[in-house]
Design a protein around this ligand. Structure first.
Ligand code: ADP
Ligand code: MG
Length: 362
């Protein structure tokens, strides 16, 4: 049983915060204290804290690399960024730009792609890999396929042996790193199209990137698969602070509901060492339903709490960090999804999934 890895990241002050007081006092690479505007002091400890001067490569090495390496060996992994809008979630995931060449700015996604294809190149002839990529966003409790905007209400289903499945989601086979980045670019651009149509900022939806790595050991006739899921959550800021009304207020309420569902699932998982016997409310939101395998025990999970270091944002930062502290107690077991079936069996089973009748539907 491995615990969830929970880290915090503080971005540098931005131009709007220029000259503002910094509310963090560093203790070491795992602990710090934070002071809010009422002069209350809070202490936090995480697996690792990335301060304002941390680099994208450091975050990748600590948080993502172990997960990506395990996914190549058929162990599922999930990386989640949480925090208020503007805290650095998308910068961490995508970088300043997904095609960013500058190593200082390159985000987790292109690094995941590099590592996956490096691992495959060096795997030897006896092993064949196939990588597929899906990209969805959850907006107003609907799952939209970012590779096919006509699929704007994808159903989340649960299959006895395959776990959580997104019914009919587009899965694009990827042959190399360059192609992967182009495909990711297309998905991100579709997110932007949706934004203007819905008059929503990208931080109003949860964005989920899913890499499936299928591994076939030729002379063993065995196929197994691992997943790397990256989740760039919608902004966690409080509704009342946004001054929102109408549609924007509805969006904010839906986001808060799904993030608090995530909090409740985490709470249920941490409230008892025998959490398996408790009711875990995964079905309370699309987000928790989709992350059920990730949080419920069949996957390794890393949560990055993204924060501004400024005093004016300190109360939001404290609530982000509290969320992370609560998550720290989750126990997640990682399991290797192995199958002794033939490749044909696996392919047939995967086709069956979309047409399943014996599924539970949310
Ligand atoms: P979020 O996705 O949490 O809403 P962003 O990732 O879009 O926030 O970050 C907001 C702004 O701050 C962006 O302009 C981004 O480039 C910048 N930024 C965020 N984190 C960092 C960082 N660690 N270093 C430099 N700039 C950052
Ligand atoms: Mg963002």
């Amino acid at each position: 049983m491995a615990s969830i890895c929970v880290c915090a990241r503080f971005r540098p002050l931005n131009s709007r915060e220029d000259g503002e007081a910094i509310c963090i006092t560093r203790s070491d690479s795992q602990s710090f204290s934070i002071k809010d505007e009422k002069d209350e002091q809070y202490m936090f400890s995480f697996d690792k804290v990335f301060y304002e001067d941390s680099e994208q490569a450091d975050v990748y090495e600590f948080l993502a690399r172990p997960i990506v390496r395990d996914a190549v060996n058929s162990i599922n992994g999930t990386i989640i960024t949480y925090g208020q809008t503007g805290a650095g979630k998308t910068f961490t995931m995508e970088g300043a730009n997904i095609l960013e060449a500058d190593n200082l700015k390159k985000g987790l996604l292109p690094r995941v792609v590099d590592e996956l294809f490096d691992a495959i190149i060096f795997c030897g002839e006896a092993t064949a890999y196939k990588i597929k990529l899906s990209m969805v966003e959850i907006y107003m409790e609907k799952v939209r396929d970012l590779f096919d905007l006509s699929k704007d209400n994808i159903q989340i289903k649960e299959h006895k042996s395959h776990g959580i499945v997104l019914s009919g989601v587009t899965e694009i086979p990827i042959l190399d790193g360059e192609e992967a980045l182009k495909v990711l670019c297309g998905g991100i651009a579709n997110r932007a199209v949706g934004e203007t149509q819905m008059n929503a900022g990208s931080s109003r939806s949860h964005c989920i990137y899913m890499f499936t790595i299928q591994k076939e050991v030729t002379n063993e006739k065995r196929v197994s698969s691992g997943k790397v899921v990256l989740v760039d959550l919608a902004g966690s800021e409080k509704v009342e602070k946004t001054g929102a009304e109408g549609k924007v207020l509805e969006e904010a309420k839906t986001i808060n509901k799904s993030l608090s569902a995530l909090g409740n699932v985490i709470s249920a998982l941490t409230s008892s060492p025998h959490a398996k016997s408790l009711h875990i409310p995964f079905r309370d939101s699309k987000l928790t339903r989709l992350l059920q395998d990730a949080l419920g025990g069949s996957s390794q999970t890393a949560l990055l709490c993204c924060c501004s270091p400024s005093l004016s944002n300190s109360s939001e930062s404290v609530s982000t960090l509290r969320f992370g502290a609560r998550a720290k107690h989750i126990k997640a077991s990682s399991s290797r999804v192995m199958s002794s079936n033939s490749k044909e069996d696996i392919d047939r089973k995967q086709q069956e999934i979309s047409a399943l009748n014996d599924v539970k539907q949310q």
